[in-house]
Ligand binder design. Structure first.
Ligand code: THU
Length: 138
């Protein structure tokens, strides 16, 4: 069982997710998203949504953050924080849930927004009975 994520680390993650949304490249949807990921190393990685004139190529904030973490050699994710400057929190999309599962099947998921409303859950609850690396083991 991993040690609980302290309040000060959670605050750092939330601050990082809010800051990450500022770099959002979302000229088509105008929907800014920031994400911060806590890796098992203790390091925090951030990402934002990056859209494309070929709309289907948009990359979500969560995946941007996770791919950055994985590119730095991280292989285990403990927590993902998603921030949107909206009245209600935004939950990770289905594709992002699957990508989180690859590195953080037990990860905590925190969604925050402009208001005090928030969602705190786990990836397991958002993607029950997930297909993942364990299914490909001989
Ligand atoms: N988006 C994210 O970055 N994360 C989510 O969890 C939901 C959607 C982005 C993708 C696109 O750039 C914009 O929000 C509108 O769908």
């Amino acid at each position: 069982m991993p040690s609980p994520i302290t309040l000060s680390v959670r605050r750092r993650l939330e601050k990082a997710a809010r800051a990450a949304a500022k770099a959002s490249y979302s000229p088509y949807s105008k929907f800014r998203v920031g994400a911060a990921v806590l890796a098992s190393s203790g390091k925090i990685y951030t990402g934002t949504n990056i859209e494309n004139a070929s709309y289907g190529l948009a990359n979500c904030a969560e995946r941007s953050a996770i791919f950055t973490a994985a590119s730095q050699g991280e292989r285990a994710i403990r927590c993902v924080v998603v921030f949107t400057p909206t009245p209600a929190p935004t939950m990770p999309c289905g594709a992002c849930r699957q990508v989180i599962n690859e590195f953080g099947p037990d990860a905590s998921i925190i969604s925050i927004c402009h208001s005090a409303e928030r969602v705190e859950t786990t990836l397991d609850r958002l993607l029950p009975a997930a297909f993942g690396p364990k299914n490909l083991k001989p």
